[in-house]
Design a protein around this ligand. Structure first.
Ligand code: FAD
Length: 493
């Protein structure tokens, strides 16, 4: 029996229920299909495509070069392969984005109608969204009861599966090079972020920084990298996670989000490996906190499944009346990390340089965009979609709506982060700001978070000229806070 295992967001060999079953039942044809057409506006952004390229390379290597990659409408590609390789069955692990659900249901029906065996498996979430409901059968809208009363008291997440003992791949696979998918930026050297260099030799390809950060200085991309990173986190980050996770300069978070998004590691592997380590080290409180963050990932998928318009529409319709301002110039300054508010600029530059941003800083830059700058949360969602290596339709849209106050169980709109005090509290030594905004590194900590208050002689001694080396603030924080609250007053009733 020849079985297609259709790789999607499960780019791993271990704990892969569909691949495990396929390997046990027959010869496997391992396939990845880049189906941008079906994804439409939610085709992966550029940083995610960069990650995907490297992840597919790693997967192909672990399959001894047997991964078949194709591009185009998934159903058509599958039908061509079924014919070419005389396939009897198609297996995959389920995905939960609305466009994927619709497409997969259509394909399942149509292939089954043609007599093929089609099976889908539970491989990318701890609890599938339809299995956790309130007593009255409706979905939860608030995280704590969803997680504590719904998830934690239902079936515990299953134990991870091993790598199949043997994966007998179909002989003579007509492979295409992963490069043909065009996932890496091919044309156009993009100028450095903050200035347009006149000298073309100063231009860098934007993915160069991603490569340095993740592949040269980090653990790399792919299943082995994910496992190593999980091990590092368990050994060095989990103990103290609850307190440390809010400090962007510390190495207290796992940085597993992109690995989880692409399924290089499963949430079950992360859940059980962290639980085992925490029991050994008496780190139960940290574990509870870490597991609840995995719970937020689940909740995001849950919301997306039950409320599929989450990426496009305000969850709370009253936000349709919010007086957003559409200002491309202001938006650009935010995108480029040139707002003049150091912690915001540090975050936006971390995003640009690494494709990642620490969660605390995501909340600060998000609040600043939608509240102080009054830009629509969808603008932030779109920029993150393009720039994050972990861009994930569920977590990104649920988190942006959370930040904007328009989501389910969201941060109340009137709670507006003060980016100065947030910086002072969570980056007290200014290490994070100095790393990403080096032009301010000479300023003493007292003024690092709000350089506009620095007396002229301090600025001079630090070599900072506001409005020249570093911008003046794009808005006055007090005024913009009050303006945001007025907007809220207008819609709240
Ligand atoms: P850790 O603290 O080590 O947590 C472990 C895992 O739990 C993460 O890898 C992630 O899968 C999950 N997780 C942690 N926090 C959250 C959260 N608040 N919501 C959902 N899952 C969470 N996360 C994404 O994976 N993709 C996104 O596109 C994304 N967009 C975001 C946009 C905004 C505006 C905000 C405020 C948050 C966003 N997040 C997103 C959530 C969160 O910031 C990242 O998951 C987290 O920073 C990843 O870092 P980590 O792996 O070190 O997390």
């Amino acid at each position: 029996m020849v079985i297609i295992h259709w790789f999607r967001q499960d780019l791993r060999l271990s704990d892969n229920p569909s691949l495990f079953e396929a390997a046990g039942n027959g010869q496997v044809l391992p396939v990845f299909i880049l189906d941008d057409h079906s994804a439409g506006q939610w085709a992966s952004g550029r940083a995610s495509r960069w990650w995907l390229h490297h992840s597919l390379e790693a997967l192909n290597e672990s399959l001894n070069g047997r991964l078949l990659v194709r591009q185009g409408d998934a159903e058509k590609v599958l039908r061509d392969l079924i014919k070419e390789y005389k396939v009897d069955a198609v297996y995959w692990n389920r995905c939960y984005e609305p466009w994927r659900i619709q497409r997969d249901q259509r394909i399942k029906k149509s292939l089954r109608d043609d007599g093929l065996e089609v099976k889908s498996f539970h491989g990318s979430l701890l609890w599938e969204p339809w299995t956790v409901l309130k007593k009255d059968g409706t979905p939860y809208k608030v995280f704590t009861p969803y997680y504590r009363k719904g998830c934690l008291i239902s079936e515990p997440p299953r134990e991870p599966l091993p790598v199949p003992k043997k994966i007998q791949c179909v002989a003579k696979i007509a492979k295409k090079n992963i490069n043909t998918l065009g996932l890496l930026p091919s044309k156009g050297l993009v100028p450095e972020q903050n200035h347009e260099p006149a000298d073309p030799s100063k231009q860098v390809r934007w993915d160069h920084n991603l490569y340095t950060h993740w592949c040269e200085q980090g653990r790399g991309v792919g299943e082995t990298a994910a496992k190593n990173k999980l091990r590092d986190f368990i050994n060095k980050g989990l103990n103290g996670y609850k307190e440390g996770r809010d400090y962007p300069a510390r190495h207290s978070v796992s940085q597993l989000s992109a690995h989880l998004h692409f399924g290089e590691v499963s949430p079950n592997q992360v859940w059980h490996a962290s639980a085992a380590a925490a029991t050994e080290n008496n780190a139960e409180t940290d574990l509870d906190c870490f597991h609840s963050e995995l719970g937020w990932r689940e909740f995001s998928y849950y919301l997306l499944y039950h409320f599929p318009t989450l990426p496009e529409q305000n969850f709370q319709p009253k936000f349709d009346r919010f007086p957003w301002q559409d200002d491309p110039k202001i938006l650009k300054r935010w995108q480029k990390g040139l707002t003049g508010i150091p912690i915001v600029d540090a975050g936006m530059r971390e995003l640009w340089q690494t494709g990642f941003m620490h969660n605390r800083v995501r909340m600060i830059v998000g609040s600043f965009l939608v509240k102080n700058l009054l830009q629509q949360w969808r603008q932030g969602e779109a920029w993150f979609w393009d720039c994050l290596v972990d861009a994930d339709l569920a977590s990104n849209s649920a988190s942006w709506q959370w930040v904007a106050g328009s989501g389910a169980d969201a941060a109340p709109y009137f709670r507006i982060f003060n980016p100065v005090t947030q910086g002072q509290k969570f980056d007290p030594d200014g290490e994070y700001i100095r790393r990403y905004v080096p032009e301010l590194s000479g300023l003493p900590n007292k003024y690092l978070f709000s350089p506009w208050y620095a007396p002229a002689h301090v600025l001079e001694q630090s070599g900072v000229v506001l409005g020249d080396h570093y911008p003046e603030p794009v808005v006055d924080l007090k005024f913009s806070r009050e303006r945001a609250l007025e907007g809220w007053q207008a819609i709240k009733s």
